[in-house]
Structures are given as C-alpha cells and as structure tokens.
Design a binder for this molecule. Structure first.
Ligand SMILES: Cc1cc2nc3c(=O)[nH]c(=O)nc-3n(C[C@H](O)[C@H](O)[C@H](O)COP(=O)(O)OP(=O)(O)OC[C@H]3O[C@@H](n4cnc5c(N)ncnc54)[C@H](O)[C@@H]3O)c2cc1C
Length: 498
C-alpha cells in the first residue's frame, strides 16, 4: 500500500491551498479530486466562444503592492502570486432599485462616504459615524485576530466585545432612518448569505473594510487560472494529484486516521488527512459511524446547510456599452426589504428581491471575445424548493425561473435579451452535482452569529484529520484560500513532530 505524509480530499480553494502548503513544506502529499478539473467553485467552463467564470465576482483581501492585503502574503507564500494576473475593479458596487435608488460606491472610504452623503444629505453625520465605527471595530478585530494580542479583554477592546455578534440590522437602525440607505450599505449581506437581522455586525464591518481597504479584484483567465497555478505549484514541489478520483472512505485505526480508500477501491495509508469535502460528507459518509467522534456530530446537529445559487452564465453578442452596462458589480433590487429578500431564497414562486449582475469585461476587456460581453446573474437560493421538483419537471422549472431573472436584467438594460448568444443556467442541484456538497451550499453552513468561527473548536475532532474550506469556517475565496494555507501549515507541524 502506498504511504503518504498527507492526503488532501478535494481540490477546491481550501484543498488546493492546503495541498500547496504541504508540498512546499516537504510533505509527500496526494491530492484527490472527484471532478476532472481543479477548483471546486473556483473554475470555469466553455460554451460556444465563451469561457464562463463559475464563481469569482469580487476577490477580497488582495490589496495593492503598496498597501498589501493578507491574501497577497498567502498567495506569495504558496508561490502563485506572480503566476496569475490580477485586475483591480474601479468601483465597489452599484445598487439599483428602479424608481428609487441608483448609486455607485467607489473603492475608497472618502469616496463611499461622499457618494452616500450626496444621495442622503440629511444623514451625512450618521454615515460618517457609521464608517468610524466600521473602521474602529475592525482595527480592534485585527489587533485580536491578526496581531494576536495575548492580552484580550473587554476593557481593552470594547468595540469588539460590544459589536462582534450584534445583528447588523440593529447597528444600521441605530445609525440611519432611510431604508434605502440601509439597503445600500447592507448589500454585501448576500456575499455571506445571512440577512442583516441575523448577520453579525462584525461580518458586515469586515466585508466593507476588506473591499474598501484591499479593493475588489478579478483574475485574468478567471478563478480557473488561480486554481491551475496552485496545482502547478503543488506539482513543482513534488505533490501527486489525481482527478476523476473521489475519496470514498477515510479509514481509522486506534482512534486516529489511518488512510483513504478511493472510489476505485485503491487504499492509501496516511496519518494526516485534510478534507475539503463538506464537513457533513466527511463525518457522515467518509468516516464509518463506529469510528466517528461524537463532538462534530453534536456540533453539526445545531447547524443548518447554507444557501446555494441559481446562476445565469451569459455571453452577449455586443460590448457592455451597447446596452448601457457601465458597472462591473450591480446589485439589482426589486424591493428594499432585505428580510423578505432572504425569505425569497426559499421560494421559486416570486422573483428575487436582489440579484447580482456582474459584467466581467468592465475591468478586463479580455473576459470574452472582442465585441462581446461575459455576464453572470447570481441569485442565492436554498436547495429545498429545487429538491421538491419532480425530475420530469426540472428542466421546465429551471428555464421558467431563469426567465424571471432575465426580466430583471431586461428592465435595467433594455434589449439585453435580444443580445444573448450563449446562456447556461445552474441551480442548487447543479452545484450539488459538481461540488458533492449537501444542498449545493457555496458558503458551507449558514453563517449565523451562534455559528461564528469565534465559537468553532480549533483542535481536530479526530487526531490526524483537518478540515479546510467553506464548511470548516467561512465561505468565499479569501477565507477559504487563507484558511486552507494555514490548515496545511498546521498539518505540516504534526507531520514534522511525528
Ligand atoms: C456562483 C457563485 C458565485 C460566488 N461568488 C463569490 C465571490 O464573488 N466572492 C467570493 O469570495 N466567493 C464567491 N463564491 C463562494 C466561493 O466560491 C466558495 O465559498 C469557495 O470557493 C469554496 O471553496 P472550498 O475550499 O470550500 O471548496 P469548494 O469550492 O466547495 O470545492 C470542494 C471540492 O471538493 C471536491 N470533493 C468533494 N467531495 C469529494 C470527495 N469525496 N473526493 C474528492 N473530492 C471531493 C469537490 O469536487 C470540489 O472540487 C461564489 C460561489 C458560487 C458558486
């Protein structure tokens, strides 16, 4: 039986970053991926003359060379920073509600405050004090979690203790009167999938701070280019990768991991496994019930599977300006009630309250062939209503629902529909199939305050087993890449100790 220092199950962001860190540290590492390409969500696919980005709309945490963000150091440490080309976006986002709001926020703190104050002049002082709070809060967060202050107390970090878990909606309500202003500032809740009433303020503050300070980015060649670069770095350092090769079992002996059996029946031995498969799959399918520790099952019994997504991948036969598409990231709203918009994650009977329409060509004209545009329309949805559709009605329902999303785009950009050259529609069932995750969840478990990573156990539940990816802590590119790399380094330490 072949023996490895470590086996990584899954080549999503978390798995790739962990694998690259392990190989770089000299560990003999095997990476298993059930799909035929690396990346998980971080991948692309082709239709006609278009190569569509599956998932990356705004990369956070990178920062510029002059003002680097934490992700830059992580990618440098994995030897991929100079292997991909990043493209900075000009604006943070546009948010539009027909007849009520049409506002574009730039990527500087002053610019955001100015744009909001121009549109909501009566609330200028409150806007300024809100951003003071966002920054003061987040600086305390940085001191605690990034600078690792060993002396953390309520007296020293009062804002952290007061605001980390406070619902974002309460903070928005304390500051502002106009619901449209709250809508404009709360828009990023959909990047976490939890509405402001349940979203910890710390998460909203963190995401606003990250995109303002470190700017939103794209990658030339899409997220697939970064996934490929991570695989190349892994291979350069002696790693071994197998595609079309799922892990079917994690074997356990004497209360610690002992190896992996692939879906083809091959058994490999290892004392260290990093699972980028979902935590639910890992503990309820890959590990036999008799070998599974009780603690993770108990923890997961109080958690819920987060949302997946309906996504329209669209190639237009015209450049963006022909349709008046000027912004890259567009939150298009049909009403201003964010709680209702969240409730609509669970139904196919009404149009969504908010969709994200991204036009990749605005910052990167090479995102599609000359004279065309690459667009994605993203609508977060739980899997439940899709799972309830009988198979024979699925295709009809999918295209019926997609028509509603196209209607939102058409209302914003008249003529949109008539310029569609290619279109592909994904639903939560598509993401279940490609990711092997329950509900096709793209951010792992619902990220409610009670499930905040502040409360997550740090120690591995089963000696030798580590989790990496959205199901282990937080979803999104920056969190999964950074946590994946640090999990790889933590695993390396245990291998070296052995
Ligand atoms: C449409 C869409 C839009 C998004 N937009 C953004 C955005 O703009 N910004 C952002 O930061 N995030 C965004 N996200 C979320 C982000 O892409 C994910 O949270 C992140 O990529 C998840 O990474 P992960 O490490 O958890 O791995 P995943 O991407 O979940 O991949 C897991 C991998 O494990 C493999 N696997 C599973 N089981 C097994 C097994 N038994 N054996 C072998 N392999 C297995 C799967 O095939 C997969 O490759 C978006 C996601 C989607 C789908």
């Amino acid at each position: 039986m072949t023996e490895y220092d470590a086996v990584v199950i899954g080549a999503g962001n978390g798995g790739l970053a962990a694998a690259a860190a392990l190989a770089k540290g000299g560990a003999k590492t095997l990476l298993l991926e059930r799909h035929n390409v690396p990346g998980g969500c971080a991948t692309s696919f082709c239709r006609g003359r278009f190569e569509f980005e599956v998932a990356l709309h705004q990369l956070s945490g990178l920062g510029t060379e002059a003002a680097p963000g934490p992700l830059r150091a992580t990618l440098h440490g994995l030897d991929v920073l100079d292997k991909v080309e990043f493209v900075q976006m000009e604006n943070m986002y546009r948010i539009a509600l027909p007849g009520a709001l049409d506002l574009t926020l730039p990527t500087t703190r002053d610019g955001v405050v100015r744009a909001l104050a121009e549109r909501f002049p009566a609330e200028e002082a409150a806007i300024r004090s809100f951003f003071d709070l966002v920054y003061d809060y987040f600086n305390q967060f940085i001191a605690i979690f990034f600078m690792r202050d060993p002396d953390v107390s309520r007296e020293k970090y009062p804002l952290y203790f007061q605001y980390a878990l406070k619902p974002a909606q309460e903070v928005l309500d304390e500051h502002f009167r106009d619901p449209l202003l709250k809508l404009a500032l709360g828009a990023y809740w959909c990047y976490i999938g939890v509405p402001p009433r349940q979203l910890p303020f710390g998460d909203l503050a963190g995401i606003l701070y990250a995109y303002i300070e470190f700017k939103p980015w794209h990658i030339k060649g899409g997220s697939q280019a970064l996934s490929n670069a991570l695989v190349d770095a892994f291979l350069r350092n002696g790693g071994e990768v197998r595609f079309n090769c799922a892990a079917a079992k994690i074997t356990v002996a004497d209360g610690r991991v002992a190896g992996v059996v692939t879906a083809d029946g091959e058994a490999v031995a290892t004392g260290c496994i990093i699972a980028n498969a979902s935590a639910l799959t890992t503990f309820t399918e890959l590990i036999d019930r008799k070998d599974c520790p009780a603690a993770p099952l108990e923890t997961m019994s109080g958690m819920t599977v987060g949302p997946s997504v309906v996504c329209l991948y669209i190639g237009l036969d015209c450049p963006p300006e022909a349709l008046g598409i000027r912004e890259e990231t567009n939150f298009l709203c049909t009403h201003a009630d964010m709680e209702r918009a969240y409730a609509q994650y669970r139904t196919l009977d009404e149009p969504p309250g908010m969709v994200l329409l991204t036009c990749f060509n605005i910052s990167n004209p090479e995102a599609s062939p000359p004279g065309t545009s690459q667009i994605a329309i993203v609508d977060l949805k739980y899997a439940d209503p899709w799972l309830a559709i009988p198979p024979e009605r699925y295709a009809r329902e999918k295209y019926r629902y997609a028509e509603g999303l196209l209607a939102i785009a058409e209302a914003q950009y008249p003529g949109f529909r008539s310029h569609i050259e290619e279109i592909e529609v994904s639903t939560p069932l598509t993401h279940m199939r490609y990711l092997n995750h329950p509900g096709g969840a793209i951010y792992g478990f619902d990220q409610y305050a009670k499930d905040s990573r502040i409360f997550q156990p740090i120690k591995p539940a089963l000696p030798g087993l580590f989790l990496a990816g959205a199901w282990a802590a937080e979803g999104g590119f920056q969190p999964t890449l950074m946590a994946g790399a640090s999990t790889g380094r933590a695993a390396l330490k245990t291998i070296r100790r052995k």
